[in-house]
Structures are given as structure tokens and as C-alpha cells.
Design a protein around this ligand. Structure first.
Ligand SMILES: Cc1cc2nc3c(=O)[nH]c(=O)nc-3n(C[C@H](O)[C@H](O)[C@H](O)COP(=O)(O)OP(=O)(O)OC[C@H]3O[C@@H](n4cnc5c(N)ncnc54)[C@H](O)[C@@H]3O)c2cc1C
Length: 470
């Protein structure tokens, strides 16, 4: 019997698709940058089925790509070389909520939005929050160590995971679903799989940390004269609120223009245009006088010239419409036409100097390109993006992607930054990694890969650059 027939048997009835039309939506991704092909889509519903599938793949040397919600932005979830595709869509059971221990145990294919809603239904917060939360899965979030808008307060996904269940390349199930905050009984193995982008194992379940649902949430949208002022404002607002900021997002004027042009139901909430804006949020308990401290901080910022105008949301609906401005930037950029994107991080205080150096460097390469640099200023993570000079220039503009990217990433390196703050390496950045990560670090990564996946069946060609032989 062929490997494909045996894999179909292992996935069980209803656990696979061979029809090209049914596989097609899994072969391209959100940005349309990567298209793959695959003879078989496997949809296991249990950890035991995942284990049987991986054992067969390993025995036969059959390569496999794992896919969650297919919202990844670096092509990691796409079978670029005809690999078998494993979707976690049927690993969709929320196993338990432990209210006393404030944990939630779930299978990997559950969407982030479902987890947030389940937590909120029990008056808890699961603080991971991304614009893709309706489609992305918790398995994908863990595999990419996703960031999002609340890292400032709660950390990356890594900080939210207490336990994992992982199936290794040879089918071994690593049962590590512990709900422990402290466990120094050896290497913390789960950490190796967090951010491993499907190259070391398939995550089938996780135990996550929950937090009390804040009673008070204050959201403001402020006009700021410069990115320097925005960084100073971040420190001032943290001091005023006693470190209670949960988000601090930067956006430039052009982002406001693109969003209000392309996204129905959005409008500029402030009277006069400003070069930069900050969307900030503070959350806490009902007894702390958070709203008053927050508003005092904003008033002081306006007096000190750190902000020129601001609006504080007076209802949850108003807060949502302010968030919509921020969360629609990617979509509006896409509707405007082609863009060249970077997901970079530098130390928070270095963001203005980075922007001041990298923006003109790109404009020298592509005169007229439109910088749309926005993102999680609170964590030093900027989506350093450029739209084509005008709609219609797409092909000529995109042809410059590699050159622009290398220029930007070289400047990121000068600032001691990262070429991937939160999206990962996947297929998109694997060729550049040797330029920005030391030889020794890459060798250590390759040693881990060999230890966990000696036959290189899991997401081959992604994340780990091949050794160059001269
Ligand atoms: C509009 C939009 C906004 C976004 N905003 C953010 C943001 O703010 N912050 C951020 O970090 N990301 C963001 N992303 C990127 C994306 O949503 C995240 O990377 C997300 O974590 C991917 O989850 P997924 O389930 O879609 O994974 P997929 O796209 O299916 O897969 C991503 C990677 O994880 C691997 N993988 C998936 N599931 C598993 C599993 N169970 N076990 C092992 N490996 C697995 C895949 O092989 C692939 O390498 C955004 C994407 C979009 C489209």
C-alpha cells in the first residue's frame, strides 16, 4: 500500500481530503505571496491520529507541513514543495477551564477568538489579541510565538503558555500539559516548541494562563507631533497609571488616510491632521482610580507638548471604533495596492532614530514610495511598511522587495534589533537569517532540529537555513 493510502487510513474516515478544490484554499495565504501544492490534506481529530500520521511520515521520509488558521505572514504554513498538509482544524475541543487555578486547556485547532470568548464567559481575560484572531488558531499562535497588541502588559504567547502536548516527528507524544507556574525539574522543553514554526513537532494541545477580566478599560487616541514625542509619552503614561498600560500603538497620518479611504464606517476622530497618532489603553480593577490618573496623564501630555490633541473613548463602542482604525491598517494597505513589509523590533527608545535612518534609506531606493510605519511602539515592534508610490505601480515596486528588505534589515542590525519581531521566519526570511544571526546560534538551531526531526520531515526548508557549502 502506498504511503498516501496508509496516511488516509491513519487519519480515519472524514480525516482527509484529496479533491483539488477542497485543498485549494489551504495552498495560498492572506497576502497572496506564496502558493503551494499538495497531494493530500490530512485532518486528524485526535492526538493519537496525529501520532500515527507522523510515525508513517517519518518511516517513509514523507515531508509534512502543519497548518492552523492559515493566517501566518511568512509562508510557513504553505506546502511549497508538494508536502502532505496536516490541518489542525478538527483538533477543536476546549478541554477544560480551571477557574481556581486560572488556566484553560484546549486543543490546538481552536481559534484565538473562541478562547478569548470562553475565558470572558467565565470572567477571565486571555490577553493575546491579534487582528487575525477570528481565524488564527492557538496552535498557530504558539508555533509562531505570536505577539499582538497586549505584549506590553502580558508578554508574547510564550509568557501565556504553562503546558503543551506535542507530537514529535517519529510519532512520540510528549505529554507536558502541566499547569505549573514553577517547574525547574530539568530543561523547560515546551519552550523549544514555542516559536518553532512547525519544524520540531506538531502542537496538539496547550494549557494557557488566564487573568482577571479588568473591570475598567480606558482607551484614548492622541495626536502626537513626532515619534520621539510618542516614546516620551509612553514613559509618562506608564508613570501616571502605575504601569497599567495594556497597549500603546503608533500610527502615521498616512495610515489614517488609507483606513478612512478604504474601510467603511471609519472616520478621523480628531479635528486637525497630525503627523503621528498613538492609540493607548489602560486596564485595571474598579477600585484603582485608573480613569482619573489616565486622563490626568493625557492633560499633562498636552500641556507639555507631547500630544497636541486627544479623544478618550466614552463607551465600549467608541473604544472599538478607535481600535478599528488601528486594526484596519493592514487591510487598507492591501486595498491601496502593493506594499513591501517588514516586521522589525529595536529597543523602544531607538524607534525614532531607526525611523529617521531607515525611512530615507528606502526612499533613496524607491523615490515616492509611501511609508506606512505603524505598530506596537510599547514593545519596539514596528511594521515598517511601504506602499507603492501610487496605485498601479505594483509590479515594478515589488521587484525591489529584496533590495529594500536588505537595506532595512541591515539598519535594524545596526540598532541591535530583530528582523522578525513577531511573524517568524517561515519561507520568507530563511535565506536572510545567516546575515543577521551568528554562525554559532544557527548551528545550535540546526543541532536542535537534528535531535527532534533527524529525517527533516517537518516543514523542511522553513526557518532553518541550509549550511552553505563553498
Ligand atoms: C490581519 C492579520 C493581522 C495579524 N496580526 C498579527 C499580530 O499582531 N501579531 C502576530 O504575531 N501575528 C499577526 N498575524 C500573523 C498570524 O495571525 C500569526 O502568525 C498567527 O499566530 C498564526 O496562526 P495560524 O493558526 O493562522 O497559523 P498558520 O498560519 O496556519 O501557521 C503558522 C506557522 O505555524 C505552524 N503551525 C500552525 N499550527 C501548528 C501546530 N498546531 N503545531 C505546530 N506548528 C503549527 C505552521 O506550520 C506555520 O509555520 C496577523 C495576520 C493577519 C492576517
Amino acid at each position: 500500500m502506498s504511503v498516501i493510502e496508509r496516511l488516509k487510513q491513519a487519519a480515519g474516515p472524514g480525516g482527509f481530503r484529496e479533491d483539488a478544490d477542497e485543498i485549494a484554499p489551504h495552498l495560498t495565504e492572506w497576502r497572496g505571496k506564496y502558493t503551494g501544492h499538495s497531494p493530500l490534506l490530512l485532518k486528524p481529530a485526535t492526538t493519537a491520529e496525529v501520532s500515527a500520521i507522523l510515525r508513517l511520515c517519518n518511516d517513509g521520509g514523507t515531508a509534512l507541513v502543519t497548518q492552523g488558521g492559515n493566517t501566518g505572514l511568512v509562508g510557513g504554513q504553505i506546502p511549497l514543495h508538494g508536502e502532505v498538509l496536516l490541518s489542525t482544524g478538527r483538533l477543536n475541543k476546549l478541554r477544560a477551564v480551571d477557574e481556581g487555578g486560572m488556566t484553560l486547556t484546549t486543543e490546538a485547532g481552536v481559534t484565538l477568538a473562541q478562547i478569548q470568548q470562553t475565558a470572558a464567559g467565565k470572567h477571565f481575560l486571555f490577553p493575546l489579541s491579534l487582528a487575525s484572531e477570528g481565524s488564527c488558531t492557538i496552535g498557530g499562535n504558539i508555533a509562531t510565538n505570536a505577539g499582538g497588541t497586549h505584549v506590553l502588559r502580558y508578554g508574547m504567547t510564550r509568557a501565556l503558555v504553562l503546558g503543551l502536548e506535542v507530537v514529535l516527528a517519529d510519532g512520540t507524544v510528549l505529554e507536558m500539559l502541566r499547569a505549573l507556574h514553577k517547574d525547574n525539574s530539568g530543561y523547560d522543553l515546551k519552550q523549544i516548541f514555542i516559536g518553532s514554526e512547525g519544524t520540531l513537532g506538531v502542537i496538539t494541545a496547550a494549557t494557557l494562563r488566564l487573568f482577571p477580566l479588568p473591570d475598567v478599560s480606558v482607551t484614548a487616541f492622541a495626536a502626537v507631533p513626532s515619534s520621539d514625542a510618542a516614546v516620551t509619552l509612553l514613559g509618562a503614561m506608564q508613570a501616571h497609571t502605575g504601569g497599567m498600560l495594556s497597549a500603546f500603538e503608533l500610527m502615521p497620518r498616512i495610515a489614517m488616510e488609507l483606513v478612512t479611504k478604504h474601510i467603511a464606517g471609519t472616520r478621523d476622530p480628531l479635528a486637525a491632521p497630525s503627523p503621528w497618532y498613538v492609540l493607548m489603553e489602560a486596564t485595571g480593577g474598579r477600585h484603582a482610580n485608573l480613569a482619573a490618573s489616565f486622563e490626568d496623564g493625557l492633560a499633562a501630555a498636552i500641556t507639555d507638548g507631547l500630544a497636541t490633541d486627544a479623544v478618550v473613548a466614552s463607551s465600549a463602542a467608541q473604544a472599538q471604533s478607535l481600535w478599528k482604525l488601528r486594526e484596519s491598517i493592514s487591510e487598507s494597505q492591501k486595498r491601496e495596492g502593493a506594499s513591501i513589509k517588514h516586521d522589525i523590533a529595536v529597543p523602544v527608545a531607538a524607534v525614532p532614530a531607526f525611523l529617521a535612518k531607515a525611512t530615507p534609506a528606502v526612499l533613496r531606493l524607491v523615490p515616492g514610495a509611501r511609508p506606512v510605519s505603524f505598530g506596537h511602539l510599547g514593545d519596539g515592534n514596528i511594521h515598517f511598511n511601504f506602499n507603492a508610490p501610487k496605485p498601479g505601480d505594483d509590479a515594478d515596486f515589488l521587484a525591489l522587495w529584496e533590495e529594500v528588505q536588505q537595506t532595512v534589515h541591515d539598519i535594524v542590525k545596526e540598532f541591535g534589533g530583530s528582523i522578525s519581531a513577531e511573524h517568524g521566519i517561515g519561507a520568507m526570511k530563511v535565506a536572510q537569517l545567516p546575515r543577521y544571526k551568528s554562525h554559532d546560534e544557527l548551528d545550535a538551531m540546526r543541532a536542535l532540529k537534528r535531535a527532534f526531526d533527524p529525517k527533516n520531515i517537518l516543514n523542511p526548508g522553513k526557518l532553518i537555513p541550509p549550511v552553505l557549502r563553498l
